[in-house]
Design a binder for this molecule. Structure first.
Ligand code: PMP
Length: 390
């Protein structure tokens, strides 16, 4: 009998066995020819996944927060003005990071489940001169998807650098970094990229690199300073050994395997699969009479769902029962509504069968919590929606 639950939180996710076995291979030297080749390949594959043909990829040992910190440290100089398009907990984290490096941050806020109107962003851009803007592509605290393409194209008109937190979107949501005019996108390994937690990934566009090279103040973070890392990334890509800090050898082997699988599926097929899986999951949630945190369907992400608890259902009791039914889900995260909802991650290698098992576990937990509904209604709706689109 399997003694583990199905991991359906918004990261870390369930990983492919081939990726996990790459992690478990005997560790090589970071200067070994096979590692240099794997790292070089991984960097090249990243460009395709981010759709940034001329971007500079950067891989660091660390989590998504390090990737955010790295972007902030290298692009902000004390006194720079920054705009944060705020869709929740992780947007606020970016604001805090930018402030730590001395930026004057203006937040364009929205209530939980909503996202700032384009008009508000436009008037902010008109009323001051900003160096950069951050957008959280999918805010994992609210499951809200931001329209990066639209906002980035607006930002371009004002010459503002666009930084995208793609931790919960890259390799799951549609993203054409270069065509959309995004200057830097960052993510982490443990979500749709499909590698256990431990890697911070950045793709730096030409204008962001230029802004970095034009700095007049030192980067206030030694480890994350691009001066240290850019030559290393360029060397590995040219299949040359190089050293600044020991790379996460096993993780990078695994990253190369996962990126290969992602590109073998094909980016447009992969995004379409995430949309179909998301629709199937959301159909099940709706059929069980639950609302969702995103206030409009077009605001809803495809990498996770955030259902609201039905009246009378206690979150801790519910999540415990879901776990007993074999599935691990996540609780709420946005401080203003934390106890009112839970989160289901559905990204990476996820299948319709995983979502069906999840909806079934949710039904079992809801029944245990005393909520009345038609048994099987969620599973049936998920199946119908999934069959129609997968
Ligand atoms: N941004 C977003 C959108 C996230 O979902 C997360 C992690 N859930 C982070 C940043 C931070 O990443 P990490 O936990 O890997 O530091």
């Amino acid at each position: 009998m399997k003694n583990r639950t199905l991991l359906m939180i918004p990261g870390p996710i369930e990983f492919e066995p081939t990726v996990l076995s790459a992690m478990g291979e005997p560790t090589t030297s970071h200067l070994a020819p096979e590692f240099i080749e794997a790292f070089g390949q991984a960097l090249q594959q990243m460009r395709q996944v981010f759709d940034s043909p001329s971007g500079q990829p950067l891989v660091l040992a660390g989590s998504g927060t390090l990737a955010m910190d790295c972007a902030g440290a290298n692009l902000v100089q004390p006194g720079d003005k920054a705009l944060v398009v705020d869709t929740g907990y992780f947007s606020e984290r970016f604001a805090t990071i930018l402030e730590r490096y001395g930026a004057q941050v203006t937040r364009i806020s929205s209530s939980p489940g909503s996202r700032p109107e384009l008009g508000l962003i436009k008037s902010a851009l008109e009323s001051d001169t900003y160096k950069l803007m951050t957008i959280t592509h999918v805010d994992t605290s609210t499951a809200v998807l931001t329209d990066v393409q639209q906002i980035a194209s607006l930002a371009k008109q004002y010459g503002v650098l666009v930084i995208v937190d793609g931790v919960c979107s890259v390799a799951g949501e549609e993203l054409h970094m270069e065509a959309w005019g995004v200057d830097l996108t960052l993510t982490a390994s443990q979500k749709a990229v499909g590698v256990p937690p431990g890697l911070a990934l950045l793709m730096i566009g030409a204008r962001a690199l230029e802004a970095f090279h034009n700095r007049t103040a030192p980067v206030l973070n030694y480890y994350a300073d691009w001066t240290n890392w850019l030559p290393i990334m360029q060397a590995y890509e040219a299949r040359k050994a190089s050293y600044f800090g020991t790379p996460a050898v096993n993780h990078i082997f695994a990253l190369n395997v996962s990126l290969g699988q992602i590109l073998a599926e094909g980016m447009s097929k992969r995004v379409a699969r995430h949309i179909a899986i998301s629709q199937a999951c959301k159909a099940g949630i709706e059929a069980l009479g639950m609302g969702q945190v995103p206030l409009k369907p077009e605001y809803a992400a495809h990498t996770l769902s955030a259902p609201r608890y039905p009246k009378g259902v206690n979150g801790a009791d519910f999540l415990n029962r879901v776990s007993q039914a074999g599935v691990t889900l996540a609780g709420g995260l946005h401080p203003a509504i934390r106890s009112e909802y839970f989160r289901i991650g559905h990204m990476g290698a996820v299948t319709l069968a995983d979502v069906l098992a999840t909806i079934s576990a949710i039904e079992s937990a809801l029944a245990g919590c005393g909520y009345t509904f038609t048994p099987g209604a969620g599973v049936a709706a998920t199946q119908v929606a999934g069959r129609a689109s997968l």
